[in-house]
Every structure is written in C-alpha cells, then in structure tokens.
Design a protein around this ligand. Structure first.
Ligand code: DCP
Ligand code: CA
Ligand code: CA
Length: 363
C-alpha cells in the first residue's frame, strides 16, 4: 500500500492551530525579494476549490482568495519534519517491508502480514488511518494494489481521507479510463506527444504497439510506458540502507586469460551471491560481471533477463556468456573477477507474460 498524508503542510498548520480549520489555508515559500513574491507550497482543500494549488505564485493565490476567509502562512519545515518522523514510525510498525518515499508518503509491503488477502489489507489500512488520526490528528489517503505502481495511483484517485483498493483482477478496469498523466514519468511534454498519437488514457497506451512506443520514446521509456500501462511493476518496496545489488569480487591467484580458470572462480562467486539471495528471498533480473584487468581498469558487462529468476544455473549460465564475451574484447589478463545481481523482485514470481521485457544486453 501507499500511504500519503492529505494536504500535508497545510494540515500540519491546521493541527497546530485548529481555529484556521474552516478557512482557506495557504502555506507559502516566500522568496524574500518583495513582500508577496514566492510560490505556494500547498493549500488545504477549501483553498483548492478556488484554484489555489502547489507551485502557483503567492500573488495569484491572494487574488483567487481576495474576498475569502484565508490564512497565508510561511513554511515551517522543522515542524513538518518532526510530525513526519512520528508518522513514519507508526507506519513502519505495520509493514513487512517499509519504504519512505517523501516527507508525507511511504510504501508498505503488507503481503505477508495479510497473507495476500485484499480484504484484510483493507482492514489494516483502516486501522492505520485510525491510528494516525488518534495519535497525530491527521488524515491520509491510502491506495492498495498488487504492486507499488497501482498502490500509488490508487492513493491518488480518492483524496482527502481516501481508501482505494485495486485487486489484481481489477487492475485493467481501474487503469484503462485514467489519463496517462497519472503514470509516474508522464509529464506535460509526454502527455502532448501521446495526445498527438491519439493516446489519452492509460487504456489507449496499453493497446498501443510496444515497438512503436520504443521507436518514439526510446528503449527503456517505451518499454516502461507499455508495462506501466498494463499495470506491471516489479519494483520492490526497498528498505532504506538495503542493498540494491548484491555482488562478490575475488582476486585470482595469478593473472590469467584462461576462461576455464576464470569460470571456475565465477561459479564460486555465483554460489555465494545465490546464497544471499535465497536468505533474503529475492529474485533478480539483471546479472553483471566485473573484470579488473592487469592495467587496473574495471570492465563490466550486464544482461537483463526477460523475467526475474532466483535460479543458480541461469545465473551461472549468463555469467559464463558474459565472461566469454568480455575476454574476447581485450588482450589483457584478468586480475580480479566479480559477479553482481540487481533489479530485485521479492519472492516467487508470477508466470511469465508475453509483455515482459525483451532481453537487453548492455555494457
Ligand atoms: N510540496 C511543495 N511544493 C510542491 C509540492 C509539494 O512544497 N510543488 C510540499 C507541500 C506538501 C508536501 O510537499 O504538503 C507533500 O506533497 P503532496 O504532493 O503529497 O501534496 P499535499 O500533501 O500537499 O496534498 P495531497 O492532499 O494532494 O497529497
Ligand atoms: Ca500528500
Ligand atoms: Ca506526497
């Protein structure tokens, strides 16, 4: 799930001084150049009804609220950070895995806690909302989905004080009518570009030919847009300080170009890396090798698989391929060799889908 506090800075101000609750509250970043120069950081929902929102100039917010009962306050980051910290502590206690994603939002992987049951996840979310309300007097909006992408969009569709659950079988019907700008990475320019292609909704995008998207937006963005529109997202709820890759590197007994010697060592390294993966129940999509040659240059090669795996034999096989390649690309001997996996996915994977990434090899 994604938990996002409603109109956060402004709500903190309301909490601190409940007498402003029924007015328009506008939190401002004053630039100091003149009395009114600067921009709106955020506003409560009353002010939003008059068109006041993050990013607009303060003078324009003042104009919109000219004859309304409104309060303009300067940002107080220190105060919001303290509240944020307290809320994050509460949220963390409810999650199997936790990732703060901003001052007022966090991803909670609760899959194990609710045993994959969305009804139970909903109850858990209600409990979380209640606790935040009781402890900090703040409301939040929560989105629940089969992955981070869906959870984030779900949290955004119903605000404030919302709770939106999107079960796996509802992903398509949930996403398809939404405008493409709901997807992370689809900014104003991309919206324009897509509009010219008659792509307005996420459903339009999902139906659009992936190869064409790749031609238009590049390999990685094209594939991302396609997958995102289908509701596919393999990203892990990433605990802070947790490794984004696992690697092992070893100095050879003597410098060599003998593939047999190198692969023997590489196999060991694969086994060590694999052991750590199993312990953390992680699957990976990207496999890399490292070779430090006698000139002390570090050379790397990597390959991204079509779908995640945690299979030792696949790891060894790809590592072998990559070393065969790299050895042919230099005259020098290897001094140290390494194996690295990244692009993690938690636990067992769903069945492969035709829409999965095409394998991409890069250096
Ligand atoms: N913020 C900011 N400038 C922006 C956007 C946000 O200073 N352009 C600050 C103020 C917000 C906080 O970050 O309160 C959190 O941002 P959100 O995007 O989550 O927006 P809000 O919490 O204000 O509103 P919402 O209820 O839509 O989540
Ligand atoms: Ca928010
Ligand atoms: Ca936010």
């Amino acid at each position: 799930m994604l938990v996002d506090l409603d109109y956060f800075f402004a709500q903190c101000e309301e909490m601190r001084n409940s007498s402003i609750k029924d007015k328009s509250v506008v939190v401002c970043v004053y630039s100091g150049r003149s009395e009114e120069s600067g921009a709106v950081s955020t506003a409560n929902y009353i002010a939003r009804e008059y068109g006041v929102k993050s990013g607009i100039p303060i003078y324009s917010a003042k104009k919109k609220l000219e004859d309304k009962d409104a309060v303009f306050l300067p940002v107080d980051h220190k105060f919001y950070s303290e509240i944020s910290k307290k809320i994050m502590t509460i949220l963390r206690s409810y999650a199997d895995r936790f990732q703060q994603a901003g001052i007022d939002e966090a991803y909670l992987d609760v899959s194990q806690k609710v045993k994959g049951n969305f009804e139970e996840a909903k109850e858990l979310a209600q409990k979380i909302k209640k606790e935040i309300k009781a402890q900090q007097k703040l409301t939040c909006s929560i989105g629940i989905g089969p992955n981070k992408l869906i959870a984030k969009i779900a949290a955004d569709v119903q605000k404030p004080d919302g709770l939106t659950i999107v079960k796996p079988e509802e992903v398509e019907s949930f996403l398809s009518p939404l405008p493409v700008k709901r997807l992370i990475g689809v900014g104003r320019k991309t919206v324009k570009k897509m509009e010219n292609l008659e792509i307005k909704t996420i459903g339009d995008l999902a139906k659009y030919d992936m190869q064409k998207l790749i031609t238009l937006f590049g390999k990685s963005m094209g594939a991302y847009f396609h997958n995102a529109a289908m509701g596919i997202d393999d990203n892990l709820v990433q605990e802070r300080g947790e490794a984004e890759s696992i690697s092992r590197i070893h100095t050879l007994h003597e410098n060599t170009r003998d593939l047999k010697v190198i692969l023997e060592e590489a196999d060991h390294l694969c086994e060590e890396v694999h052991e750590r993966l199993v312990k953390q129940s992680l699957s990976f999509k990207t496999i890399g090798i490292i070779m430090i040659t006698t000139d002390l240059n570090m050379r790397t090669r990597s390959k991204t698989l079509k779908s995640p795996t945690n299979d030792l034999e696949s790891l060894k096989k790809t590592v072998k391929e990559l070393f065969e390649k790299i050895i042919n690309e230099t005259e020098l001997e290897a001094r140290r060799v390494g194996v690295k996996v990244s692009n993690f996915v938690k636990g067992k994977r769903r069945q492969k889908q035709i829409t999965d990434f095409i394998g991409i090899a890069k250096n």
